[in-house]
Design a protein around this ligand. Structure first.
Ligand SMILES: Cc1cc2nc3c(=O)[nH]c(=O)nc-3n(C[C@H](O)[C@H](O)[C@H](O)COP(=O)(O)O)c2cc1C
Length: 363
Protein backbone atom coordinates (compact mmCIF):
# COMPACT_ATOMS: atom_id res chain seq x y z
CA UNK A 1 0.00 0.00 0.00
CA UNK A 2 2.76 2.40 0.99
CA UNK A 3 4.67 1.49 -2.14
CA UNK A 4 1.67 2.22 -4.29
CA UNK A 5 1.08 5.63 -2.70
CA UNK A 6 4.65 6.55 -3.47
CA UNK A 7 3.89 6.09 -7.15
CA UNK A 8 1.51 9.03 -7.26
CA UNK A 9 2.39 12.63 -6.52
CA UNK A 10 0.65 14.37 -3.62
CA UNK A 11 -2.64 16.07 -4.46
CA UNK A 12 -2.38 19.88 -4.49
CA UNK A 13 -4.98 21.19 -1.97
CA UNK A 14 -6.70 23.38 -4.58
CA UNK A 15 -7.78 20.31 -6.53
CA UNK A 16 -10.21 19.35 -3.77
CA UNK A 17 -11.87 22.75 -3.56
CA UNK A 18 -15.11 23.41 -5.45
CA UNK A 19 -14.71 25.38 -8.68
CA UNK A 20 -17.05 27.78 -10.41
CA UNK A 21 -16.77 29.37 -13.83
CA UNK A 22 -18.81 32.52 -13.47
CA UNK A 23 -21.90 31.28 -11.66
CA UNK A 24 -21.58 27.75 -12.98
CA UNK A 25 -20.44 25.05 -10.55
CA UNK A 26 -18.09 22.69 -12.35
CA UNK A 27 -17.92 19.12 -10.99
CA UNK A 28 -14.16 18.63 -11.36
CA UNK A 29 -11.03 20.58 -12.21
CA UNK A 30 -10.28 18.43 -15.25
CA UNK A 31 -11.70 19.71 -18.53
CA UNK A 32 -11.93 18.25 -22.02
CA UNK A 33 -10.12 20.52 -24.50
CA UNK A 34 -11.59 21.09 -27.96
CA UNK A 35 -10.12 18.85 -30.67
CA UNK A 36 -11.63 19.66 -34.05
CA UNK A 37 -12.68 16.45 -35.76
CA UNK A 38 -12.83 14.43 -32.54
CA UNK A 39 -14.73 16.13 -29.69
CA UNK A 40 -18.16 15.33 -31.12
CA UNK A 41 -21.28 14.97 -29.01
CA UNK A 42 -20.87 11.17 -29.23
CA UNK A 43 -17.30 11.36 -27.89
CA UNK A 44 -18.23 13.83 -25.15
CA UNK A 45 -21.07 11.60 -23.95
CA UNK A 46 -18.80 8.55 -24.02
CA UNK A 47 -16.17 10.38 -21.94
CA UNK A 48 -18.80 11.71 -19.52
CA UNK A 49 -20.04 8.16 -18.97
CA UNK A 50 -16.59 7.24 -17.60
CA UNK A 51 -16.89 9.95 -14.89
CA UNK A 52 -14.65 12.69 -13.50
CA UNK A 53 -15.08 15.29 -16.23
CA UNK A 54 -15.43 18.96 -15.28
CA UNK A 55 -16.29 21.01 -18.35
CA UNK A 56 -16.28 19.76 -21.95
CA UNK A 57 -15.84 21.96 -25.02
CA UNK A 58 -17.06 21.46 -28.57
CA UNK A 59 -14.85 21.67 -31.66
CA UNK A 60 -14.46 25.25 -32.82
CA UNK A 61 -17.56 26.49 -34.63
CA UNK A 62 -17.51 29.25 -37.22
CA UNK A 63 -19.79 32.03 -35.93
CA UNK A 64 -20.92 33.13 -39.38
CA UNK A 65 -21.72 29.56 -40.49
CA UNK A 66 -23.74 29.11 -37.35
CA UNK A 67 -25.88 32.20 -37.87
CA UNK A 68 -26.35 31.13 -41.48
CA UNK A 69 -27.52 27.82 -39.99
CA UNK A 70 -25.16 25.75 -42.11
CA UNK A 71 -25.42 22.03 -41.54
CA UNK A 72 -21.80 21.49 -40.52
CA UNK A 73 -21.90 24.28 -37.91
CA UNK A 74 -25.19 22.98 -36.50
CA UNK A 75 -23.74 19.49 -36.20
CA UNK A 76 -20.70 20.82 -34.33
CA UNK A 77 -22.87 22.84 -31.92
CA UNK A 78 -25.27 19.94 -31.29
CA UNK A 79 -25.77 19.03 -27.64
CA UNK A 80 -28.31 17.43 -25.28
CA UNK A 81 -29.17 17.57 -21.58
CA UNK A 82 -26.75 14.78 -20.68
CA UNK A 83 -23.95 16.83 -22.25
CA UNK A 84 -23.60 19.38 -19.41
CA UNK A 85 -21.75 21.47 -18.40
CA UNK A 86 -20.68 22.34 -21.95
CA UNK A 87 -18.71 25.19 -23.49
CA UNK A 88 -19.52 25.80 -27.15
CA UNK A 89 -16.47 27.29 -28.80
CA UNK A 90 -16.93 30.04 -31.39
CA UNK A 91 -14.45 31.64 -33.72
CA UNK A 92 -14.58 34.54 -36.09
CA UNK A 93 -13.49 38.15 -36.28
CA UNK A 94 -16.70 40.09 -37.00
CA UNK A 95 -17.95 41.15 -33.58
CA UNK A 96 -21.71 41.32 -34.36
CA UNK A 97 -21.51 37.84 -35.88
CA UNK A 98 -19.92 36.38 -32.77
CA UNK A 99 -22.48 38.17 -30.57
CA UNK A 100 -25.32 36.74 -32.62
CA UNK A 101 -23.81 33.25 -32.64
CA UNK A 102 -23.29 33.48 -28.87
CA UNK A 103 -26.97 34.34 -28.37
CA UNK A 104 -27.90 31.36 -30.53
CA UNK A 105 -25.76 28.88 -28.58
CA UNK A 106 -27.03 30.30 -25.29
CA UNK A 107 -30.54 29.49 -26.44
CA UNK A 108 -29.49 26.02 -27.66
CA UNK A 109 -27.90 24.39 -24.65
CA UNK A 110 -24.48 26.00 -24.05
CA UNK A 111 -23.52 26.42 -20.40
CA UNK A 112 -20.55 28.59 -21.36
CA UNK A 113 -19.45 30.37 -24.55
CA UNK A 114 -15.76 29.93 -25.27
CA UNK A 115 -14.02 32.22 -27.75
CA UNK A 116 -11.16 30.76 -29.77
CA UNK A 117 -7.99 32.85 -29.76
CA UNK A 118 -5.59 29.96 -30.15
CA UNK A 119 -6.20 28.35 -33.52
CA UNK A 120 -2.97 28.61 -35.54
CA UNK A 121 -4.36 27.38 -38.88
CA UNK A 122 -3.92 29.80 -41.79
CA UNK A 123 -7.54 29.74 -42.93
CA UNK A 124 -8.66 30.95 -39.48
CA UNK A 125 -5.76 33.35 -38.83
CA UNK A 126 -5.86 35.00 -42.29
CA UNK A 127 -9.39 36.20 -41.68
CA UNK A 128 -8.35 37.76 -38.35
CA UNK A 129 -9.77 35.01 -36.09
CA UNK A 130 -8.09 32.41 -33.81
CA UNK A 131 -4.57 33.26 -32.72
CA UNK A 132 -4.46 36.39 -34.94
CA UNK A 133 -6.43 38.08 -32.16
CA UNK A 134 -3.45 37.61 -29.82
CA UNK A 135 -1.75 40.41 -31.77
CA UNK A 136 -4.65 42.85 -31.53
CA UNK A 137 -5.22 43.49 -27.86
CA UNK A 138 -7.82 46.25 -28.25
CA UNK A 139 -9.87 44.34 -30.77
CA UNK A 140 -9.69 41.11 -28.76
CA UNK A 141 -10.85 42.91 -25.61
CA UNK A 142 -13.64 44.67 -27.48
CA UNK A 143 -14.81 41.31 -28.80
CA UNK A 144 -14.85 39.67 -25.37
CA UNK A 145 -16.69 42.64 -23.82
CA UNK A 146 -19.29 42.59 -26.59
CA UNK A 147 -19.99 38.86 -26.15
CA UNK A 148 -20.18 39.23 -22.35
CA UNK A 149 -22.81 41.96 -22.77
CA UNK A 150 -24.75 39.99 -25.39
CA UNK A 151 -25.48 36.92 -23.24
CA UNK A 152 -26.05 36.00 -19.62
CA UNK A 153 -24.03 32.76 -19.44
CA UNK A 154 -20.26 32.84 -18.69
CA UNK A 155 -17.80 33.72 -21.45
CA UNK A 156 -14.33 32.18 -21.51
CA UNK A 157 -11.38 32.60 -23.87
CA UNK A 158 -9.04 29.87 -25.06
CA UNK A 159 -5.71 31.24 -26.14
CA UNK A 160 -2.04 30.55 -26.67
CA UNK A 161 0.79 32.36 -24.87
CA UNK A 162 1.17 34.79 -27.74
CA UNK A 163 2.07 34.95 -31.39
CA UNK A 164 5.76 34.12 -30.86
CA UNK A 165 8.44 34.41 -28.17
CA UNK A 166 8.79 38.13 -28.88
CA UNK A 167 5.10 38.72 -28.39
CA UNK A 168 3.84 36.94 -25.28
CA UNK A 169 0.58 38.82 -24.93
CA UNK A 170 -1.42 36.27 -22.93
CA UNK A 171 -0.88 37.87 -19.47
CA UNK A 172 -1.94 41.33 -20.64
CA UNK A 173 -4.87 39.92 -22.55
CA UNK A 174 -6.03 37.75 -19.66
CA UNK A 175 -6.06 40.75 -17.32
CA UNK A 176 -8.00 42.81 -19.83
CA UNK A 177 -10.44 39.97 -20.52
CA UNK A 178 -11.10 39.70 -16.81
CA UNK A 179 -11.88 43.41 -16.66
CA UNK A 180 -14.16 42.97 -19.68
CA UNK A 181 -16.13 40.29 -17.80
CA UNK A 182 -14.61 36.98 -18.92
CA UNK A 183 -15.28 34.18 -16.42
CA UNK A 184 -12.09 32.18 -17.08
CA UNK A 185 -9.23 31.82 -19.53
CA UNK A 186 -7.79 28.61 -20.87
CA UNK A 187 -4.13 28.83 -21.85
CA UNK A 188 -2.33 26.40 -24.14
CA UNK A 189 1.28 26.88 -23.06
CA UNK A 190 2.70 27.35 -26.57
CA UNK A 191 2.94 30.28 -28.95
CA UNK A 192 1.34 30.35 -32.37
CA UNK A 193 4.81 30.13 -33.91
CA UNK A 194 5.46 26.89 -32.02
CA UNK A 195 2.43 25.17 -33.47
CA UNK A 196 2.41 21.85 -31.62
CA UNK A 197 6.19 21.50 -31.38
CA UNK A 198 8.56 22.00 -28.47
CA UNK A 199 7.71 21.85 -24.80
CA UNK A 200 4.79 23.52 -23.06
CA UNK A 201 6.02 26.64 -21.29
CA UNK A 202 4.71 26.38 -17.74
CA UNK A 203 6.39 29.65 -16.73
CA UNK A 204 4.36 31.32 -19.46
CA UNK A 205 1.14 29.90 -18.00
CA UNK A 206 2.20 31.01 -14.52
CA UNK A 207 2.63 34.56 -15.81
CA UNK A 208 -1.04 34.45 -16.87
CA UNK A 209 -2.10 33.11 -13.45
CA UNK A 210 -0.22 35.98 -11.82
CA UNK A 211 -1.72 38.57 -14.16
CA UNK A 212 -5.38 37.96 -13.27
CA UNK A 213 -7.06 38.93 -10.02
CA UNK A 214 -9.65 36.25 -9.37
CA UNK A 215 -10.85 34.37 -12.45
CA UNK A 216 -9.70 30.77 -12.86
CA UNK A 217 -6.86 30.12 -15.28
CA UNK A 218 -7.14 26.71 -16.90
CA UNK A 219 -3.76 25.32 -17.98
CA UNK A 220 -3.47 23.25 -21.14
CA UNK A 221 -0.86 21.27 -23.02
CA UNK A 222 0.75 17.84 -22.92
CA UNK A 223 -0.96 16.55 -19.76
CA UNK A 224 -1.11 12.78 -20.22
CA UNK A 225 -0.38 11.33 -16.79
CA UNK A 226 -1.18 12.10 -13.18
CA UNK A 227 2.42 13.23 -12.71
CA UNK A 228 1.95 15.72 -15.60
CA UNK A 229 -1.22 17.06 -13.97
CA UNK A 230 0.42 17.41 -10.55
CA UNK A 231 3.38 19.25 -12.10
CA UNK A 232 1.04 21.54 -14.02
CA UNK A 233 -0.80 22.56 -10.82
CA UNK A 234 2.43 22.98 -8.91
CA UNK A 235 4.44 24.89 -11.51
CA UNK A 236 1.70 27.17 -12.82
CA UNK A 237 -0.66 27.72 -9.87
CA UNK A 238 -3.55 27.07 -12.30
CA UNK A 239 -7.10 26.46 -11.08
CA UNK A 240 -7.89 23.63 -13.48
CA UNK A 241 -6.41 21.62 -16.34
CA UNK A 242 -7.74 21.08 -19.81
CA UNK A 243 -6.82 17.84 -21.60
CA UNK A 244 -7.05 17.16 -25.31
CA UNK A 245 -4.93 14.41 -26.86
CA UNK A 246 -4.53 12.56 -23.57
CA UNK A 247 -8.30 12.05 -23.51
CA UNK A 248 -8.26 10.42 -26.93
CA UNK A 249 -5.63 7.96 -25.76
CA UNK A 250 -7.48 7.23 -22.55
CA UNK A 251 -11.07 8.46 -22.15
CA UNK A 252 -10.96 7.21 -18.53
CA UNK A 253 -8.25 9.74 -17.71
CA UNK A 254 -10.75 12.20 -16.14
CA UNK A 255 -12.12 9.52 -13.84
CA UNK A 256 -8.59 8.57 -12.80
CA UNK A 257 -7.59 12.21 -12.21
CA UNK A 258 -10.72 12.94 -10.21
CA UNK A 259 -10.24 9.81 -8.13
CA UNK A 260 -6.62 10.81 -7.50
CA UNK A 261 -7.84 14.28 -6.50
CA UNK A 262 -10.09 12.73 -3.84
CA UNK A 263 -8.08 9.74 -2.65
CA UNK A 264 -4.50 10.24 -3.77
CA UNK A 265 -4.73 7.28 -6.15
CA UNK A 266 -6.33 6.87 -9.57
CA UNK A 267 -8.23 3.69 -8.65
CA UNK A 268 -8.11 0.47 -10.66
CA UNK A 269 -7.44 0.67 -14.40
CA UNK A 270 -10.56 0.12 -16.50
CA UNK A 271 -11.08 -3.55 -17.36
CA UNK A 272 -11.41 -5.08 -20.81
CA UNK A 273 -15.22 -5.15 -20.78
CA UNK A 274 -15.39 -1.54 -19.64
CA UNK A 275 -13.09 -0.49 -22.47
CA UNK A 276 -15.19 -2.34 -25.02
CA UNK A 277 -18.39 -0.82 -23.60
CA UNK A 278 -16.90 2.64 -23.97
CA UNK A 279 -15.85 1.96 -27.58
CA UNK A 280 -19.32 0.67 -28.33
CA UNK A 281 -21.05 3.68 -26.75
CA UNK A 282 -18.85 5.99 -28.79
CA UNK A 283 -19.60 4.20 -32.06
CA UNK A 284 -23.33 3.89 -31.38
CA UNK A 285 -23.47 7.55 -30.38
CA UNK A 286 -21.99 8.47 -33.76
CA UNK A 287 -24.45 6.18 -35.51
CA UNK A 288 -27.49 7.50 -33.60
CA UNK A 289 -26.68 11.10 -34.50
CA UNK A 290 -25.01 10.98 -37.86
CA UNK A 291 -26.07 7.71 -39.47
CA UNK A 292 -24.26 4.55 -40.47
CA UNK A 293 -22.01 5.86 -43.23
CA UNK A 294 -20.55 8.72 -41.17
CA UNK A 295 -20.23 6.58 -38.02
CA UNK A 296 -18.23 3.92 -39.88
CA UNK A 297 -15.96 6.49 -41.53
CA UNK A 298 -15.31 8.38 -38.30
CA UNK A 299 -14.73 5.16 -36.39
CA UNK A 300 -12.04 4.05 -38.83
CA UNK A 301 -10.24 7.32 -38.04
CA UNK A 302 -10.17 6.64 -34.29
CA UNK A 303 -9.89 2.85 -34.38
CA UNK A 304 -6.13 2.74 -33.89
CA UNK A 305 -6.46 4.23 -30.41
CA UNK A 306 -9.15 1.75 -29.43
CA UNK A 307 -6.96 -1.01 -30.86
CA UNK A 308 -4.17 -0.03 -28.48
CA UNK A 309 -6.53 0.74 -25.63
CA UNK A 310 -8.43 -2.57 -25.74
CA UNK A 311 -5.60 -4.76 -27.06
CA UNK A 312 -8.15 -6.50 -29.28
CA UNK A 313 -6.53 -9.26 -31.35
CA UNK A 314 -5.22 -7.95 -34.68
CA UNK A 315 -7.66 -10.07 -36.68
CA UNK A 316 -10.55 -7.97 -35.34
CA UNK A 317 -8.70 -4.71 -35.83
CA UNK A 318 -8.23 -5.61 -39.51
CA UNK A 319 -11.94 -6.31 -39.77
CA UNK A 320 -12.90 -2.97 -38.21
CA UNK A 321 -10.47 -1.01 -40.37
CA UNK A 322 -12.80 -1.65 -43.30
CA UNK A 323 -15.92 -1.08 -41.20
CA UNK A 324 -18.96 -0.50 -43.37
CA UNK A 325 -21.98 -1.38 -41.22
CA UNK A 326 -23.34 -1.30 -37.70
CA UNK A 327 -24.07 -5.03 -37.91
CA UNK A 328 -20.39 -5.77 -38.64
CA UNK A 329 -19.34 -3.56 -35.71
CA UNK A 330 -21.67 -5.35 -33.27
CA UNK A 331 -20.68 -8.80 -34.52
CA UNK A 332 -16.98 -7.99 -34.27
CA UNK A 333 -17.26 -6.52 -30.78
CA UNK A 334 -19.17 -9.62 -29.62
CA UNK A 335 -16.36 -11.79 -31.02
CA UNK A 336 -13.70 -9.60 -29.38
CA UNK A 337 -15.46 -10.06 -26.02
CA UNK A 338 -15.22 -13.82 -26.39
CA UNK A 339 -11.60 -13.73 -27.59
CA UNK A 340 -10.34 -11.37 -24.85
CA UNK A 341 -7.31 -9.08 -25.12
CA UNK A 342 -4.20 -10.25 -26.97
CA UNK A 343 -1.84 -8.88 -24.30
CA UNK A 344 -2.00 -7.05 -20.98
CA UNK A 345 -4.07 -3.86 -21.02
CA UNK A 346 -2.09 -0.62 -21.12
CA UNK A 347 -2.40 1.86 -18.24
CA UNK A 348 -1.15 4.71 -20.38
CA UNK A 349 0.10 5.10 -23.94
CA UNK A 350 0.85 7.96 -26.29
CA UNK A 351 -1.89 8.54 -28.86
CA UNK A 352 -0.41 9.94 -31.99
CA UNK A 353 -2.92 12.57 -33.09
CA UNK A 354 -2.03 13.99 -36.49
CA UNK A 355 -1.30 17.73 -36.33
CA UNK A 356 -0.15 20.00 -39.13
CA UNK A 357 3.62 20.02 -39.57
CA UNK A 358 6.19 21.89 -41.65
CA UNK A 359 6.58 25.69 -41.70
CA UNK A 360 3.74 27.23 -39.73
CA UNK A 361 3.02 29.94 -42.29
CA UNK A 362 1.99 27.16 -44.69
CA UNK A 363 -0.64 25.58 -42.34
C1 LIG B 1 -6.47 17.70 -33.91
C2 LIG B 1 -6.57 18.91 -33.03
C3 LIG B 1 -7.66 19.75 -33.13
C4 LIG B 1 -7.76 20.88 -32.30
N1 LIG B 1 -8.88 21.68 -32.38
C5 LIG B 1 -9.00 22.75 -31.56
C6 LIG B 1 -10.18 23.56 -31.58
O1 LIG B 1 -11.13 23.30 -32.31
N2 LIG B 1 -10.21 24.64 -30.75
C7 LIG B 1 -9.18 24.95 -29.89
O2 LIG B 1 -9.27 25.93 -29.16
N3 LIG B 1 -8.08 24.18 -29.83
C8 LIG B 1 -7.99 23.10 -30.63
N4 LIG B 1 -6.88 22.30 -30.54
C9 LIG B 1 -5.88 22.55 -29.49
C10 LIG B 1 -6.20 21.71 -28.25
O3 LIG B 1 -7.41 22.11 -27.67
C11 LIG B 1 -5.08 21.85 -27.20
O4 LIG B 1 -4.92 23.21 -26.91
C12 LIG B 1 -3.76 21.25 -27.65
O5 LIG B 1 -3.94 20.02 -28.32
C13 LIG B 1 -2.81 21.04 -26.46
O6 LIG B 1 -3.42 20.24 -25.48
P1 LIG B 1 -3.16 18.64 -25.36
O7 LIG B 1 -1.68 18.45 -25.33
O8 LIG B 1 -3.85 18.24 -24.09
O9 LIG B 1 -3.77 18.01 -26.58
C14 LIG B 1 -6.74 21.19 -31.37
C15 LIG B 1 -5.64 20.32 -31.29
C16 LIG B 1 -5.55 19.20 -32.09
C17 LIG B 1 -4.37 18.28 -31.93
Amino acid sequence: MEDQQELYPPVPPIVREPLTVGEVAVPSRFFLAPLAGYTSLAFRLAVRSCGGLGLATTDLVNARSLIEQRRRALELAETCVEDRPLAIQLYGHVIPEIEQAARWVEAHGATVVDINMGCPVRKVVRSGGGSALLCQVDRAVELVGAVVRAISIPVTVKMRLGWDDESLTAPVLAREFEQAGAAAVIVHGRTRAQGFSGAVNRHGIRAVVEAVERIPVVANGDVRTIADAAAMFEKTGCAAISIGRGALANPFFFRQLDQWAHTGEPGPDPGFEERLDLMSRHFHGLFARRGEFYACLQFRKILKWYYHFTRMPKLFYLRLIKLSSVALFDETVAAVRVAGPSSSLPGHFEAHVPVPSGPIDKW
